[in-house]
Design a protein around this ligand. Structure first.
Ligand code: MG
Length: 262
């Protein structure tokens, strides 16, 4: 869908800005010894203090404010006091922020931003840091293709090219998505070429989120019903921004305050 209402546009930008700020706060707090539940609680507190709602909490009964996925976990890791980070881990944190608007006819509309980053905890091997850097690069390459008139194959293709260059596994089962008044809407955005002819139009808000693995493409869901892990237990990385298609370059709604775009 296309966002046209001025109040919606204002709120979706506000959601994106707060999401970026919260994620940056979390990245600064990550260190050996902290649990993923502590990070989750910090995020929820900051989101609620700002009058917003943690989008993921309660979404299909997900218990957390953030998804915290460590090492071979790809996405949807459940924050836990027992998951204490240690030197050499990589941690993916994914979060959503919602501001709500009441309409004149009594409806509540959700204006949502969704964003993720993967960071090293302490020192990690060079090849693992390269995986993180390249997955972020793939996100930026996908964003660069997100111009009006371009199709989703150009977005997915740009991401796939970065993945292939680094010989990474490219996760097939999960990908980006449109954001409307709900978190996940059409179109699904594949992180590789599928021949999609769906074109981007100004006012569309989409989340782009490449996931690359050090090993193969394959993933499976653990018995907790949420945590997605790589089939070969090799590490995975995930980066995501929510962006708005404009007449020119896309607007990165979830840009973190000190993020340097490449
Ligand atoms: Mg998403």
């Amino acid at each position: 869908m296309i966002f046209e209402n001025e109040e919606d546009l204002k709120l979706i930008r506000k959601s994106g800005k707060l999401a970026g700020e919260v994620l940056e706060m979390l990245t600064k707090a990550v260190a050996p010894g902290i649990s993923t539940l502590e990070l989750d609680q910090m995020a929820e507190k900051k989101i609620r203090e700002n009058g917003a709602v943690p989008t993921f909490k309660g979404y299909r009964d997900f218990p957390g404010t953030i998804c915290a996925s460590v090492n071979e976990e790809v996405v949807h890791g459940i924050p836990s006091k027992n998951r204490v980070l240690k030197d050499g881990d990589v941690l993916s944190m994914d979060l959503g922020v919602t501001y709500q608007r009441n309409t004149e006819d009594g409806k509540v509309l959700d204006l949502i931003a969704d964003t993720a980053v993967t960071i090293a905890v302490g020192d990690v091997p060079e090849r693992l840091q390269q995986l993180l850097d390249d997955t972020q690069k793939a996100l930026y390459e996908g964003i660069k293709q997100s111009c009006p008139g371009n199709n989703l194959d150009q977005v997915g293709g740009a991401i796939e090219d970065v993945g292939n260059l680094g010989s990474y596994g490219i996760v097939r089962e999960y990908g980006g998505h449109g954001i409307s008044y709900k978190l996940h809407d059409e179109p699904f955005i594949f992180n590789y070429r599928t021949g999609s002819k769906i074109t981007l139009k100004p006012g569309m808000v989409i989340a782009i989120e490449p996931m690359f693995n050090l090993g193969g493409d394959g993933v499976r869901t653990k018995r907790d019903g949420w945590t997605v892990v790589t089939s070969d237990y090799k590490a995975s990385a995930h980066f995501e921004h929510s962006i708005m298609i404009t007449d020119g370059k896309p607007e990165i709604l979830t840009r973190r305050p000190t993020e340097v775009l490449a």
